[in-house]
Design a binder for this molecule. Structure first.
Ligand code: LLP
Length: 402
């Protein structure tokens, strides 16, 4: 990544997120080409980074979209992802969202419970439409990742077990308003081991074969997202081995393979850049206080996630400290007990691997405006979301105080 953080800070102020769009292209192409011998759809998981320019960049490369709200579906459509490449997942879709998804004629609704299938059937019937259905199977597999981002065990709220899925497919087959179209599983995020994915895909492929035997022919097999990235020194899953093991499990099945990477596409492309406000020592604990905070990047506070951090000065004099923000919470930290050089007011601090679940999880806590987002493509920088102003933050409340 060849990005001049200082120049960007002068131009756009801090804090900001910057995304290397060339890296996004590289990640997309690497995954897409690993499935080359096969019909495939890379449906980018919009939740990872839903900036319109990011989605548009991926749309131009040919990506589809995996969405978890009708808002995400609309973002994808807005930047030109065709409806036939859009999947709508999520354990709690509202009637209104289901109605809109049917009206927008997306590729498939990924249904996560028997009760939801009944709702979709009723709504499709009322609209006089046929709903293309995919069912999210929960294969009861431990993905060996952080418990908060693990989803493929029965103790997690996602998907349905195999037997329920079978019954639901039979309901689809027997309904005038439902069309069994796909199958889906996603066992968790930031996966660094291939075996749990292989185990899950095998279970799903087996079900596809069993369904075929009872004349339910699915067209899409969606293996979810979850490919891990480098935050620290993780050993990653090789994309070629990943795709080959999926294709092996699908041997003999004439289905299009779908995967839904989010973090893999955008995670390592993004850096959160903040600047030092002050240093202080409480007792014998050193704190470096920056202008960014947990409301901008919540992963350290929420998951105790590690992000590589670099202070952009030449000082070699390292000592232990906590890197913290201005928010009024003890949980407002980017790193605890980290060795950082002595800093000066306005030194920049880069927090890496922040392209996924960074900005999208940001909030306005403490009436802090969300930060600017910048894209760098071919060495050119471009503002892709301006910093929020105080006026932006109060706009929806103002009329009620008159
Ligand atoms: N498909 C489904 C159904 C998902 O639930 C997710 C992520 C993905 C695809 C994309 O997963 P990825 O390829 O990005 O791992 N906020 C957490 C991650 C939550 C992931 C939620 N689901 C974090 O910051 O680590």
């Amino acid at each position: 990544m060849n990005i001049d953080f200082k120049t960007l800070a002068e131009k756009y102020q801090t804090p900001y997120y910057v995304y290397d769009f060339d890296h996004i292209t590289k990640q997309y192409e690497e995954l897409k080409s690993s499935f080359r011998a096969r019909k495939s759809l890379i449906a980018y998981a919009v939740k990872a980074n839903s900036n319109l320019s990011v989605i548009k960049h991926l749309a131009d490369l040919g990506a589809g979209a995996d969405c978890v709200s009708i808002g995400e579906v609309k973002r994808a459509l807005k930047v030109g992802i065709p409806s036939y490449k859009i999947i709508f997942s999520g354990v709690g879709k509202s009637d209104d969202e289901i109605t809109q998804a049917l009206e927008l004629d997306i590729l498939m609704i990924n249904v996560e419970s028997a009760a939801e299938l009944n709702r979709v059937e009723d709504i499709a019937k009322n609209l006089g439409k046929i709903a293309r259905i995919s069912i999210r199977v929960n294969p009861n597999i431990d993905p060996k990742t952080h418990p908060y981002i693990s989803t493929g065990l029965h103790e997690n709220k996602f998907g349905v077990d195999i037997d329920t899925a079978k019954r639901m497919y039979i309901q689809c087959k027997n309904s005038e308003f439902l069309e069994p179209t796909g199958i889906h599983c996603h066992i968790g995020s930031q996966l660094t081991q291939l075996q749990p994915i292989k185990d899950a895909v095998k279970i799903v492929a087996e079900l596809v074969k069993n369904l075929k035997a009872i004349k339910i022919d699915l067209s899409f097999m969606d293996v979810g997202g979850g490919l891990g990235i480098i935050y620290d020194n993780e050993k990653l899953i090789d994309t070629y081995e990943y795709s080959q093991s999926i294709l092996d499990a699908m041997f003999g099945l004439d289905v299009t393979v779908v995967c839904e990477p989010g973090r893999f596409i955008v995670g390592n492309s993004g850096v959160f850049v903040t600047k030092v406000l002050y240093e202080k020592v409480n007792g014998n604990k050193r704190f470096v206080i920056v202008d960014g905070a947990m409301n901008d990047l919540i992963r350290p506070a929420l998951y105790n996630a590690y992000h590589k951090i670099e202070v952009l000065n030449d000082n070699k004099n390292l000592s232990d400290c906590n890197l913290v923000g201005p928010v009024c919470e003890s949980g407002d930290f980017f790193a605890k007990n980290i060795q950082l050089p002595q800093t000066n007011h306005n030194d920049l601090v880069a927090i890496y691997s922040a392209g996924a679940y960074g900005f999208t999880m940001a909030s306005n806590y403490n009436t802090r405006g969300r930060v600017a987002e910048i894209a760098v493509l071919n060495g050119q920088d471009r503002l892709i979301r301006r910093r929020e102003t105080f006026e932006d933050l109060i706009a929806l409340e103002e009329e009620f105080i008159k």
